[in-house]
Design a protein around this ligand. Structure first.
Ligand code: GLU
Length: 294
């Protein structure tokens, strides 16, 4: 049994209209939540500069149009910066944060230990002296980012579809140089604040989940259950994009989009409510769905 506050969610970034692959992930998130008696929430992850309120509104309209229902007003991340500031202040009070003065280029060019994991922050700014920090702060001429001082290099999460997954945890950014909460911090803080204990999303984010789960542990939050679902690809095996043709709900139409999503899951259903009767996580396709616009 799940607690009354338990919730699943779908959290799109409003940088582009949802395409059929995003809609399918949203349907799966909804099916996972509803089939386990959870509440369902939609959150608009609009902290990134390349996001637009009108696209967020269209994403909500499209989700409603295909029959996705939610149990609370959608939250928009830009509307509650205090929530992130409080978590950052708590980590800072515990001396778990440090300023990072590196540019992307600095990080790419930094010397690395021979077995350092791919893509991990090399720790350049981790152990600077106070005097070095004053100097670097003056040199870069822009506000520094904040990184979390981690005491692990990997962390294991449990995923309903992938089993135990162990991935890299480096000293990742929790606050960007422009003062805005970083993606990894924001999702963890929001999920905890909203009672989200089931995270269903595309498997492109599987490798972010160890960092997020580790941060949740640091902040004393419970670990969510994860399900990273296979993405939708175009006929060339690349991520689906606008240029692949008819990919948005406006282009496809509600009825056809639902038929395509149901078909990709091997269901006969024509509505999301009907899909609930056929939904079985153990039988979900593990391979990407190759989408061919018709
Ligand atoms: N907003 C993120 C994205 O659209 C997903 C956040 C999440 O599911 O944790 O890529």
């Amino acid at each position: 049994m799940t607690s009354p506050a338990a919730a699943g969610r779908f959290a799109p970034s409003p940088s582009a209209d949802l395409h059929i692959g995003n809609l399918r992930t949203a349907v799966l998130a909804w099916l996972f939540a509803r089939s386990t008696g959870r509440r369902f929430l939609v959150r608009i992850d609009d902290l990134d500069d390349r996001t637009f309120a009108e696209i967020g509104q269209r994403q909500l309209d499209d989700l409603a149009a295909i029959g996705i229902t939610w149990d609370a007003e959608p939250e928009w991340q830009t509307r509650h910066p205090d929530r992130y500031d409080a978590a950052i202040a708590e980590l800072a009070d515990r001396d778990l944060l440090y300023e990072c003065y590196c540019s992307r280029k600095d990080i790419a060019q930094a010397p690395r230990a021979p077995h350092a994991p791919q893509g991990a922050y090399p720790g350049t700014c981790r152990d600077l002296t106070d005097a070095q920090r004053v100097k670097r702060r003056a040199e870069i001429g822009r506000p520094p980012a904040l990184r979390v001082r981690t005491d692990v290099t990997t962390f294991t999460v449990h995923d309903v579809l992938h089993g135990d997954y162990t991935g890299v945890v480096d000293d990742f950014v929790v606050r960007r140089g422009d003062g805005v909460a970083a993606y990894n911090l924001a999702v963890v803080v929001d999920d905890a604040a909203q009672g989200v204990d089931q995270v269903v999303r595309g498997d492109d984010l599987l490798s972010s989940s160890p960092r997020q789960a580790y941060l949740a542990t640091l902040l004393g939050y419970p670990q969510p259950t994860y399900a990273h679902v296979a993405l939708v690809l175009n006929e060339d095996g690349a991520r689906l994009a606008k240029r692949d043709g008819a990919v948005t709900l406006a282009e496809i139409g509600v009825e056809r989009a639902l038929a395509q999503i149901a078909g990709s899951l091997g269901y006969r259903a024509t509505t999301v409510e009907e899909m609930l009767d056929e939904f079985d996580p153990a039988k979900l396709p593990r391979e990407p769905w190759i989408y061919r616009p018709q």
